[in-house]
Ligand binder design. Structure first.
Ligand code: MLC
Ligand code: AMP
Length: 502
């Protein structure tokens, strides 16, 4: 028996003195040291009585120790459940309750606030701060630096990543070892990663992009990562000369293009820039090429599927497209109503099948059944087409979703909060263009008859309950919501009417 994900991504690096992580201040962390921390953390987890398949919820700042905690969960056969640091206690309460997590690891600054919540749900609590201090590492430092890896099968669960839904309830996407490993292997080949690579890593590690696409790929080849706590333009400009490759969301690239220090000279040595998680404007693609001579390689993925398509490494990287289905990934375009496959060139829903596709939503068999077909195709909810040359284009979404700076926001979640407010009859949240984040939410409120809801009060309530990135840019009072004959709110009309009003 073995543990394929651990053995292939982590175990093979045992004893290596090569730097795995290069921290912001230049400190290198070798593979050997990283794996020792991983093993120590694995001991702490099992000493707490955690058993294979138990969930470990983690809401901490990005740090080497946080990444080692991912490795520790894999090594001990536990399910890693990373959470956006922006989530409020109310949001966190849902994730703990829904996932049935056994342990919550949080920042020390939030511990008092979360202790009650954790105790109430019978969840153990440990702290891990951005600098690596806290109770977790305190316990880990006393543990042996080797750990007997727990046996796992490729079909066993490795991670839960929560993704919001159109009903406003988040769903835990269950990802297996095979989902993660097969995708990492494909990306290594497709994007030509090798142990010579030094990836500039400025993404958060609580989502697919920063955790699986970036970190798993570098682990798979034994390369190095310049591991920045967050996207910081000064740090990027300073560290780019030491990197070979960088992965980002479109906001990274539009921000860099707005910086005079980001020159051709700074990037000449670079091998690869990739973009994903949100649409990269064709204009940004062109401007980037004009400035640096590099064509950004755009790819398309999802929490539920990891990476699906990519522009080619050697062939033409076409602006405004997400390239071709990756090897081993089947992609078809179907009619949104009938599910029948459409011909080349027609616009329909993108469906995906392959080893990359998740196992289903945790304890939501009905939701799983509506999105994951019995034949294995996953209905992404993205609208697209395949052109004459086989390139996939994403032209819109068949799901009510806003993507802001690469973070997903389901309007329903905000609408539920708005609808509860005094004097509010109903509401609609739409995505409007935002120069930095691509899109941002705007809240439209219809007051009850003869009421004048207090918008400041409502905004304060939203801020208390929902993560910062979900806060509407603005709230507007309007007379009524346009509806079609079926009674469905016509958000396209609202977008046309109010996009200019932010
Ligand atoms: C930060 N803020 C945001 C925001 N990020 N608001 C809306 N949308 C966002 N994405 C808030 C901050 O809290 C702050 O609030 C204010 O906006 C300005 O912050 P900032 O300092 O300018 O933002 P910054 O911290 O620099 O963050 C922006 C960012 C970050 C783009 C660098 O959001 C980011 O790293 N995004 C990457 C998301 C990602 O990894 N997605 C992958 C999902 S996986 P205040 O109140 O303090 O002013 C996936 C699958 C796939 O989608 O295909 O990859
Ligand atoms: P998430 O749930 O955070 O994994 O977000 C997945 C969604 O991001 C997809 O369903 C797409 O709508 C969007 N997405 C990811 N990559 C791209 C891309 N390159 N272009 C357009 N949309 C993208």
């Amino acid at each position: 028996m073995a543990n394929p994900l651990y053995d292939r991504l982590f175990g093979i690096h045992a004893g290596k003195s090569k730097p795995f992580l290069l921290l912001e201040d230049g400190t290198p962390i070798s593979y050997r040291a990283f794996l020792a921390t991983t093993a120590q953390l694995a001991h702490v987890l099992v000493n707490h009585g955690l058993k294979p398949d138990d969930r470990v919820a983690v809401q901490v700042e990005k740090s080497p120790e946080a990444l080692a905690l991912y490795g520790a969960c894999v090594q001990a056969g536990l399910v890693f459940l990373p959470l956006n640091t922006a989530y409020t206690s109310e949001e966190l309460a849902y994730f703990l309750e829904n996932s049935g997590a056994s342990l919550l690891v949080c920042d020390g600054a939030k511990a008092d606030q979360l202790r009650l919540l954790a105790e109430g749900s019978g969840v153990l609590l440990e702290t891990l701060n951005g600098g690596g201090s806290g109770s977790l590492m305190g316990e880990a430092s006393a543990q042996p630096s080797t750990f007997t890896t727990v046996d796992r099968d490729l079909q066993d669960l490795a991670a839960f990543l929560y993704t919001s839904g159109t009903t406003g309830r988040s769903k835990g996407a269950m990802l297996t070892q095979d989902n993660l490993l097969s995708n990492a292997d494909v990306l290594v080949d497709y994007w030509r990663f090798s142990e010579e690579d030094v990836l500039l890593h400025a993404l958060p590690i609580f989502h697919t992009h920063g955790l699986f696409v970036a970190s798993n790929v570098i682990l798979a080849v034994g390369g190095s990562m310049i591991f920045l706590p967050k996207f910081d333009q000064d740090a990027i400009v300073e560290r780019l000369p030491q990197a070979t490759s960088m992965m980002g969301v479109p906001t990274f690239y539009t921000r860099l293009l707005g910086d005079d220090r980001f020159t051709k000279e700074l990037t000449t040595h670079m091998r690869l820039f990739t973009s994903g998680s949100a649409p990269l404007l064709a204009d940004t693609h062109r401007q980037f090429e004009q400035r640096t001579g590099h064509r950004i390689l755009e790819r398309y993925g999802m929490t539920e599927t990891n990476m699906n398509t990519s522009n080619p490494y050697d062939g033409e990287r076409r602006a405004g497209t997400v390239g071709f289905p990756l090897p081993g990934v089947e992609l078809k375009i179907t009619d949104p109503e009938s599910g029948v496959e459409l011909q080349k060139g027609s616009i329909g829903v993108i469906e995906i099948r392959g080893r990359n596709v998740f196992k289903g939503y945790w304890q939501m068999p009905e939701k799983t059944a509506t999105e994951l077909r019995e034949d294995g195709f996953f209905i992404t909810g993205d609208m697209g087409k395949i052109d004459e040359d086989g390139y996939v284009h994403i032209v819109g979404r068949n799901k009510d979703l806003i993507i802001s700076g690469g973070y997903n926001i389901y309007p329903k979640e905000i609408e539920l909060v708005l609808d509860e407010q005094p004097g509010v009859l109903e509401s609609a949240v739409i995505g409007v263009p935002h120069t930095d984040f691509g899109e941002a939410p705007l809240g439209l409120i219809v007051p009850e008859k003869d009421h004048a809801p207090d918008l400041d009060q409502i905004m304060a309530s939203v801020k208390q309950r929902l993560a910062r990135f979900k806060h509407p840019q603005k709230l507007l009072l309007i007379d009524n919501l346009p509806r079609n004959t079926m009674g469905k709110v016509q958000k396209n009309i609202l977008r046309e009417r109010y996009s200019e009003r932010v």
